[in-house]
Ligand binder design. Structure first.
Ligand SMILES: [Zn+2]
Length: 400
């Protein structure tokens, strides 16, 4: 048993902090929370938070631990060598890099992360390696390969499927690999010039087959959707999570509200304006496309938020120049679309857990897992404090 004392606690839900509280932990779990606690706790292990602020560990509902799309032109060991040649041992490189990213994500305060598409099932291995304690990382939930209607331009990231039975076969393959979610690509990646994002990649019949197969294995279905049509078809097909959701119109919003699906708005993908990193590294046409789509994306997400669509924190780190070590910045982007500090914090803790159907995390409460962040200032008043997490506790262990 050990205790964090003198803490001001945001429990993941309540806008009122528990002042001067002691959090009592045993094993992986929170045993008790004692507000206004003056006990000295002399005979057990104690961390004095000295009036700092404790929140639940953060949850990223969409990232790519195995990608690193910063396109560093000098060193393109990203998916290929500098000359475009695929090395035989590139999977080993991706795995080592993934281990480094996992540590960065955890140290940024994220004790849980959901991957929206891995490479060559390395995500399965990474998940096991974290679980077994070989490497540091968040609780890592995975979708294996994305299901696509074409060969993916991301090496090793997809399995191609056609027709309802093809979709079922692809989902069954993912179930075999032990994935936690199923991911369907309903349109092409954003910065693939010349590819249509308007039309849905799969018919309603195909989406329904995949959803039926996934739900029968108790798995959520998430779709990559970058156009109104692809969002609508996905929702009509019964999917649980809309990822990106670029181009939300009134019909999409109505359907989102009716179906109670969650939106993973990935506000850095595309960003409101292309970052310097993107300008320096992407071609002019891609930067123009990102600038144009960024406006459409943010406008749609803002409208969806105002209409009451449920959305949770999702960074798309690993894609479009989003660095894994900087993922807490998504909290501030959510604030930029109009969310209050409390809503942003819930979207990255309790609400994220609910959207991902993960029980026993995302809150500081009796019996919940001891996944915690310690911050210097009150995040309900100064949200920027999430950018600099002082300590991280994962499953009852101080990891930073
Ligand atoms: Zn993504």
């Amino acid at each position: 048993m050990w205790i964090i004392k003198n803490a001001n606690v945001f429990d993941g839900v309540d806008g009122q902090l528990m002042k001067n509280a002691a959090i009592v932990m045993e094993g992986e779990k929170i045993l008790d929370i004692l507000p206004e606690c003056k006990a000295m706790f002399e005979d057990c292990e104690v961390l004095d938070a000295q009036g700092q602020y404790v929140t639940p560990g953060f949850i990223d509902c969409h990232l790519h631990m195995l990608s690193d799309e910063i396109p560093d032109k000098e060193r393109q060991l990203n998916d290929h060598s500098a000359g475009g040649v695929i090395f035989d041992n590139i999977d080993a490189f991706i795995a080592y890099r993934g281990a480094d990213k996992a540590r960065q994500v955890l140290h940024a305060g994220f004790t849980t992360a959901v991957d929206g598409g891995g490479t060559d099932f390395i995500d399965v291995a990474l998940k096991d390696a974290i679980k077994m304690g070989y490497i540091e990382g968040p609780d890592y939930y995975i979708c294996g390969k994305q299901i696509t209607a074409w060969p993916s331009h991301f090496r090793g990231m997809s399995v191609e499927a056609h027709g309802p039975w093809g979709m079922r076969q692809a989902v069954r393959q993912m179930v075999f690999w032990g994935v936690d979610q199923v991911k369907i690509e309903m349109c092409a990646p954003l910065r693939t010039l010349g590819r249509s994002m308007g039309k849905s990649a799969f018919t309603l019949e195909e989406v329904r087959a995949a959803v039926d197969e996934a739900h029968s294995a108790h798995l959520l279905v998430s779709v990559h959707a970058r156009s109104p049509q692809s969002i609508k078809d996905s929702l009509l097909g019964g999917v649980d999570l809309i990822t990106h959701g670029t181009g939300m119109d009134d019909e999409c919003i109505d359907l989102m509200l009716k179906t109670e699906a969650y939106l993973l708005p990935t506000l850095a993908s595309p960003p409101r304006e292309p970052s310097q990193l993107l300008k320096d590294n992407k071609s002019r046409r891609v930067v123009e496309l990102l600038a144009e789509q960024g406006k459409v994306h943010w406008e749609g997400i803002r409208r969806a938020y105002q209409a009451g669509v449920k959305m949770v924190l999702s960074t798309d780190a690993g894609g479009v120049g989003v660095l894994h070590g900087e993922i807490p910045q998504e909290f501030l982007r959510m604030k930029e679309i109009g969310m209050s500090n409390l809503e942003c914090l819930r979207a990255g803790t309790s609400e994220a857990a609910r959207a991902m159907r993960l029980e026993g995390i995302g809150r500081i409460a009796k019996g919940y897992r001891a996944d915690l962040c310690i911050l210097e200032e009150n995040p309900l008043e100064k949200l920027e404090t999430v950018l600099d997490v002082k300590h991280v506790v994962k499953a009852g262990k101080l990891v930073k």
